[in-house]
Structure formats: C-alpha cells, structure tokens
Design a protein around this ligand. Structure first.
Ligand code: NAP
Ligand code: MG
Length: 403
C-alpha cells in the first residue's frame, strides 16, 4: 500500500517523561507505517528547552502561526524540584503559557467517550466541550487586606488626567478585604471569535453564561461583546450550519448542563472554566481520556492531551518495570492535527486515516482491551488490562484491518 502523502508540514512539539515515550510509540506503530509524515520538529523536552534558553518553545509557537496546525506532547512545567533534577539554568515558564500567549488562543477540552465507561452523570452520552477564557479576571487581580477605618475606592484616571472615583466600601467597625479585577475588550472579542469559529468547525451549539444580572458592567460587557459579534459576524453562518448560540445566567447554565445529554460547547469565563473543566473531566471518568486544542482567533490549531507527563509511570519505566499508561488522549491529539491538516490542504485520505485511527482506538477499548486506568473504571465483562505498548499494537491490528 502507498503511504498517504502530506503537502504542508505539521508542527511537532515533542515533550517529556512518559508522554515522550508514548509519543515515539504512537508514531512508530500507528502513523509512520501509513503516512508519509511531514513535520517540522521542535524538541520541547526540558533538557532541550534548557539548552536553548527556552528559545525552542518560542520558535515552535511562531512556526504554528506560520503553518496553522501543531501537535504537542505534554511537557514539564519546572518547579524547584525540577530545577534540581534537571540542573536547569532557570525555572523556565510553562510552555503552554508561552504558546498560548503567542497564539492568543482559547483552549477547548473535550472527553473521548467509550462504551463501558459511564460518566458519573449517566445522561451525558455526548461530550461536553469546555472553552475557558484564558485572560484576566481573578488570575490578574490586585487585592489587599485593609484595616478597620479604611475607605476604599475604585479610581480610574484617563489619558488627560481626569479622575473618576467610586466607593467600594467604608470599613467602619471591621477590617476586611478588597480586590480589583480587569479584563480587556480585545481579549473578550478574541475569545468570542474563537468560540464561534470552533462551534462552526465542530458543528456544535455553543452556550455562554455569566452573572450579568449582578455584575451589570463587568459580566454584562462579556454578554454584550458576545452578542454583538454573533449578530454581526456569525448569525448567518450558524443558521446555515444548523447550530445555535445560547446565552443564559451561569447558575441556570450549571443546572441545564447537569440535566443535558452533552454534545455542545460550554464557553466559560476564566474562573468558571477553571472550576468547571475539572468538574466535567472528573464526571466523564478519566483525565487520560480528555483532549485539548488551543484555537487562535485567526484559525491556528494546536492539539494536545489534557493530562501531564505522567511522571510516576515514567519513573517505573526507568526502573525497567512494565507500565500501563493510557495513550488515547495523546493519540487523539495526533488524529486531530492530521485531520485538520487534511481539511486545510484538501487531503481526504489523510482525514479518513485520522477517522479510522480514532475508530480503531475506540473499538479496541470497547473490545475490552485497555490500560490500567480504564480497567479500573470499565463496566465491560470481558475486559483485559494490557501494557502501554500492547495497547497500541492492539489498535494497530484494528487499524490495519480497516484500511
Ligand atoms: P499528570 O501527568 O496528568 O498525572 C497525574 C496522575 O494522573 C498520574 O500519576 C496518573 O495516576 C494519572 N494519569 C494522568 N495521565 C494518565 C495517563 N495518560 N494514563 C494513565 N494515568 C494517567 O499530572 P502531574 O503528575 O501532576 O504532572 C506531571 C508533570 O506534567 C508535571 O511536571 C507538570 O508540570 C506536567 N503537566 C504538563 C501539562 C501539559 O503539558 N499540558 C499538563 C499538566 C501537567 P496514577 O499515578 O495514579 O496512575
Ligand atoms: Mg482547575
């Protein structure tokens, strides 16, 4: 069989620890035998980031801007322990943070659903994709503890030096706390466009919710910006695609989400997205089955798994012990990126290959062959726990049969 040809390279960002081992296995077993893979390779493994003073991370993000599609392996975000372990020159920043800042993107996280693993909310038969706004609010706040007797005000000074003041609180009788938050229209606008584009891309409805009834200026601004951009730029496209934009209050959204069957994108303000993405991931069963894609408003895509480098399994692997690490989310990062590359370049056989590889992965698990994390969760009767590599080989048997 001829290998499937590619025209434009994928930006490939390699990573760390157990996911780096899985990365190579996925390529060797499931991709290279079938695809004449073209990638522009960036080694974001911590050692190479350290050697290049983290320049490689920046270069990989600029390459993503140029080519439009990237696939990323999980990477270590260094802390004090890692600085010692890897003898680092500096405590380099989170690569995901650096890439996100350069691409100005929004992260969409969606679970992969398989038979035998029932979500804690059993009516959730379709995935709920969470889109988290990644700028401002409480993550860039200014806060103080204030003593009794303090008068606290919001002061805004414009370019000409004019001041507007508003009382926050007169602390009379008790000490207390205050907090200043901000967001910028430009970032909210990009967030809205990323969300609407991704909804069109994946043909799913999109929900957005804030607390605009209480926060009549701050949260209301989010609601208004979404509404304006939707009316002007997306209403017709949504109608043509048969999908909806639905806005409601955050408390109403939470209630509806719990009662829903899934199958939509839930756009969240920064804090809501932080909290709700953990809730949704847990409810679907396993972080190892959660995919993640960073989408920028100008339409670049970076695919990855939502989990980290699975350090504990890597240390076992280094000791020569057998591991049973779940490769599904990393595998779906590859299929997501290959399919998107195929769509952008008009390569149908590349898209079909990605579809078949995903189908082979799901049917492997539904046939009862799975890694230890899923083995603990699955309600299938004939389930069997396999090691990291055996799982990928079982996927390959099904893939080869379907091509
Ligand atoms: P983690 O790598 O997600 O792993 C936490 C635990 O979750 C694992 O020990 C394992 O549990 C389970 N798990 C996660 N993924 C799994 C998989 N694919 N298969 C089976 N089990 C899986 O999080 P962490 O240990 O907190 O972080 C490790 C490193 O990853 C850190 O250096 C962190 O900076 C980095 N990180 C990177 C990213 C990213 O690049 N996007 C995201 C998060 C964290 P058991 O040990 O109980 O089996
Ligand atoms: Mg969180």
């Amino acid at each position: 069989m001829d290998k499937i040809k590619m025209t434009t390279p994928l930006v490939e960002m390699d990573g760390d620890e157990m996911t780096r081992i899985i990365w190579k296995l996925i390529k060797d077993i499931l991709i290279l035998p079938y695809v004449d893979l073209k990638t522009e390779y960036y080694d974001l493994g911590l050692e190479h980031r350290n050697e290049t003073d983290d320049k490689v991370t920046f270069d990989s993000a600029y390459a993503t801007k140029e080519y439009g599609v990237a696939v990323k392996c999980a990477t270590i975000t260094p802390n004090a322990d890692r600085v010692k372990e890897y003898n680092l020159k500096e405590m380099w920043k989170s690569p995901n943070g650096t890439i996100r800042a350069i691409l100005d993107g929004t992260v969409f996280r969606a679970p992969i659903i398989v038979k035998g693993i029932t979500p804690y909310i059993p009516t959730w038969t379709k995935p709920i994709t969470i889109a988290r706004h990644a700028y401002g609010d409480v993550y860039k706040n200014t806060e103080m503890q204030v003593p009794d007797g303090s008068k606290c005000e919001l002061v805004c000074t414009d370019r000409d030096g004019n001041e507007v003041r508003q009382l926050i609180h007169d602390f009379d009788g008790s000490s207390g706390i205050i907090q200043g938050l901000h967001n910028i229209d430009k970032s909210i606008e990009s967030f809205a466009r990323c969300c609407f584009n991704y909804a069109l891309d994946t043909k799913q409805d999109i929900w957005f919710a804030t607390k605009d009834t209480i926060s009549k200026k701050y949260d209301h601004r989010f609601k208004d910006i979404f509404a304006e951009i939707f009316e002007k730029e997306y209403k017709d496209k949504f109608a043509a695609a048969g999908i909806e934009y639905f806005y409601t209050l955050i408390d109403d959204a939470v209630a509806r989400v719990v009662r829903s069957e899934g199958g939509y994108i839930w756009a969240c303000k920064n804090y809501d997205g932080d909290v709700m993405s953990d809730m949704v991931a847990t409810a679907y069963g396993s972080l190892a089955m959660m995919t993640s894609v960073l989408v920028s408003p100008d339409g670049t895509y970076e695919y990855e798994a939502a989990h980290g480098t699975v350090q504990r399994h890597y240390y076992k692997h280094l000791k020569g012990e057998e591991t049973s690490t779940n490769s599904v989310a990393t595998l779906f990062a590859w299929t997501g990126a290959l399919r998107k590359r195929g769509e952008l370049d008009g390569l149908n056989d590349l898209c079909t290959f990605a579809d078949k590889l995903e189908a082979a992965t799901i049917s492997t698990i539904e046939d009862g062959i799975m890694t230890g994390d899923l083995y603990l969760l699955s309600k299938l009767e004939n389930k069997r726990k396999v090691n990291t590599e055996e799982f990928l080989l079982a996927v390959n048997e099904r893939l080869a049969a379907s091509l």
